[in-house]
Design a protein around this ligand. Structure first.
Ligand code: WTA
Length: 660
């Protein structure tokens, strides 16, 4: 289990402001307990009530939860919906047509406002354009686009016609994109000529070309290109189309394709403990229901809020809390193209002030890097900006350390904004464990309590409950509507990864360790229990990086471990054995750089090891197993105090001790 003992404890309790409690969707702990009691009394009935109250059904469902083929659970299976209808048309019908849906701010600071009416038209034209290409319900469409209104519209357009999208983060390499296009069997890639971030134009279309040139993408027929920058790009006649041509002359209404509740809305690839990323498949109705409920419960979204989630649409946070959730509740949201440090590290605070944002949701890594920047330069300190519009702050993607929590609370939230530290995963579809802003007293570093309906618990390796105060494995005992449905093309891996037999085959294994406080029952996440790293809130499999390294012809063997990092949470440290003698000095530096660039090409720049150490060998047991736990100690720069008697080659530890 990860360092439970060394986890820095912060025991101060921060109560939600009274004014917020008064008007909150879940107002006070009594309301929270009452909702829990309702679930405890009638689990399915409560979900059914919420599903009826919060979604518009084309055909009402009669069965709530179908457990007959567990763990392939089905929710609301005989009901029919359309997700895009629930995000857009619903707002035209209930008086939000002229309300701003999106305040888009470009990298260079240009602001565009898009109303619900305009967004609806845009999505309908996009959807009709896709239909004109022959794209239909059930087809898979890969989206490789920058943060933009068009990116959100692309996702909504797919949902409207029942095509299953798979968004690939713009920082992934051609090879990663290639793998995903093939695995998903995509018929089209929607992309842009370039993306613009931090004052730079970064190519997207040329990466798509490179990916498709790798061959084997037999299902692919179209590449649709949104012109963001207008610079030169390569063009393949007959395959490539400009988005502007695809949507030209298309009607601005498009009858939604009604789909079964379980219809796959999207596939999103994420890292697991083997080399191959997993295509996490989500359903339509259950997913959207939880997006709506968590917008109401965790963010307490109100009609006048200006909501801002800084994630990228390439990650699950950008799916649930940009592309779907905020629209489904008729919110006004900020969508930002750029990066937090351009033109300077005050950009987030400046944007909060200018747009009068009321809810701000970001990652601990961003906060930590902005703390550093503010320490170095007073001018970008949040105190220079008017942040008085803020009422709720959020954190997502990785543990937030108590120091960063306190800074965020004081300097950004002026000590009267609750911080919702939301624990969840690509697989869970939405928040799982989080404070409620108008109810839960917060303790820095703890994600506090499960949301109503979420049966999170901590168990041992055989699935037995563990008493509070002891660390164990985080599980969810009952299925919930927004849970992962399967791994695309690999139902066996789905069962093995998330519903292992050792735990009885029916409870969801999150892959994280956790501990509950003895008195309060509050959860603290202690880190992944598998070979998954979390670098700047990005999930990365150590095996994925190892496979990339050994794919290089000079590498004989590689082992990758995580190392605690002040800014990025964890950083990647690779131990590498070359097929040639172990390099030292400048040669080692040169080869390390080449290997880092190699990994960037194989997976993407986010997977570059921060540190590479070369050895003549790796520490192995007599049976040849690499002892990763020793490598983790070495990476941290600590002395090895563990028993090394099973080690075949203890002398190697000395060689790998020092960073090169
Ligand atoms: C980690 C991101 C601590 C965790 C939404 C999880 C967190 C993985 C938190 C999922 C949090 C996410 N506190 N750890 N509030 N939120 N994690 O799939 O290890 O990109 O399993 O989903 O991030 O990452 P993913």
């Amino acid at each position: 289990m990860a360092d439970i003992e060394t986890f820095k404890q912060e025991n101060r309790v921060f109560a939600p402001p009274a004014e917020l409690v008064k008007h909150a969707a879940i107002s006070g702990m009594d309301a929270y307990h009452a909702l829990n009691a309702e679930f405890a009394k009638d689990y399915e009935g409560t979900w059914a009530r919420l599903a009826k109250d919060n979604l518009k059904w084309h055909k009402p469902f009669t069965q709530t939860l179908d457990e007959s083929n567990a763990p392939f659970y089905k929710w609301f299976a005989d009901g029919q919906v359309n997700v895009s209808y629930n995000c857009l048309d619903v707002n035209l019908e209930n008086g939000n047509a002229d309300k701003t849906a999106v305040i888009f701010e470009s990298d260079d600071g240009k602001v565009t406002r898009v109303s619900y009416r305009e967004l609806h038209q845009k999505v309908c034209q996009f959807a009709n354009g896709l239909k004109s290409l022959g794209i239909k319900k059930g087809d898979r469409v890969v989206i490789y686009m920058p943060m933009s209104v068009e990116g959100v519209a692309a996702m909504q357009a797919c949902a409207r016609i029942g095509a299953t999208h798979s968004v690939v983060f713009g920082g992934f390499s051609a090879k990663s994109l290639h793998e995903r296009v093939i695995d998903a069997g995509a018929v089209a890639v929607l992309t842009a000529d370039y993306q613009v971030r931090g004052g730079k134009q970064l190519p997207l279309k040329s990466i798509v070309d490179e990916a498709l040139d790798m061959g084997g993408c037999d299902t692919l027929k179209h590449v649709v290109v949104y012109k963001r920058a207008g610079a030169e790009i390569n063009w393949v006649e007959g395959r490539d189309l400009w988005l502007s041509d695809v949507v030209a002359n298309q009607s601005d209404t498009c009858e939604p394709e009604w789909v079964d509740a379980e219809h796959p809305l999207f596939i999103l690839y994420t890292s697991g403990s083997t080399g191959k990323p997993k295509g996490v498949q989500h359903a339509s109705a259950g997913y959207l229901l939880w997006a709506v409920l968590t917008m109401k419960w965790t963010f307490d979204i109100k009609p006048d809020d200006v909501y801002w989630c800084t994630a990228d649409i390439g990650w699950i946070t950008g799916h649930t809390y940009i592309a779907y959730g905020p629209l489904a509740v008729g919110a006004t949201q900020i969508v930002f193209e750029g990066v937090p440090t351009y033109p300077n590290a005050g950009r987030f605070w400046d944007m909060v002030a200018r747009h009068k944002a009321t809810i701000f949701y970001t990652a601990p890594t961003a906060i930590r890097s902005l703390i550093k920047a503010a320490d170095a330069d007073e001018k970008v300190h949040p105190k220079q900006y008017d942040l008085s519009s803020l009422r709720i702050l959020g954190s997502v993607g990785e543990p937030i350390n108590p120091e960063a929590w306190m800074w965020y609370y004081k300097n950004v939230g002026h000590e009267n904004c609750p911080i919702v530290d939301t624990f969840w995963q690509t697989e869970t579809g939405g928040h799982m464990i989080s404070p409620l802003p108008g109810a839960t007293p917060q303790v820095p570093g703890s994600c506090t309590l499960p949301l109503p309906g979420i049966t999170a618990a901590i168990v041992d390796e055989t699935g037995n409950d563990i008493p509070n105060g002891n660390g164990g494995i985080l599980v969810v005992k009952r299925p919930w509507p927004s849970m992962i449905r399967t791994i695309w093309n690999d139902p066996e891996r789905f069962k093995k990864s998330y519903f292992p037999e050792e735990l009885g085959g029916k409870i969801y294994l999150a892959g994280d360790g956790a501990v509950r406080n003895k008195e309060t029952g509050y959860f603290t996440i202690t880190g992944r229990i598998d070979d998954v790293l979390n670098v700047s809130g990005h999930r990365m499999g150590t095996m994925e990086i190892e496979s990339a390294l050994v794919a290089n012809s000079i590498v004989a063997e590689a082992a990758v471990v995580g190392k605690p990092d002040e800014t990025t949470g964890e950083s990647i440290c690779a131990f590498v054995v070359l097929k040639r003698p172990r390099p030292t000095g400048d040669e080692a530096k040169q080869i390390a750089k080449e290997l880092r660039d190699w990994v960037a090409k194989e997976i993407g720049p986010i997977a570059k090891p921060k540190e590479i150490r070369f050895g003549d060998n790796l520490p192995k047991t007599r049976s040849g197993k690499i002892m990763r736990r020793l490598l983790r100690v070495l990476a941290k720069g600590e002395a090895i105090t563990q028993d090394v008697s099973t080690l075949e080659n203890p002398a190697i530890l000395d060689q790998l001790k020092e960073a090169q």
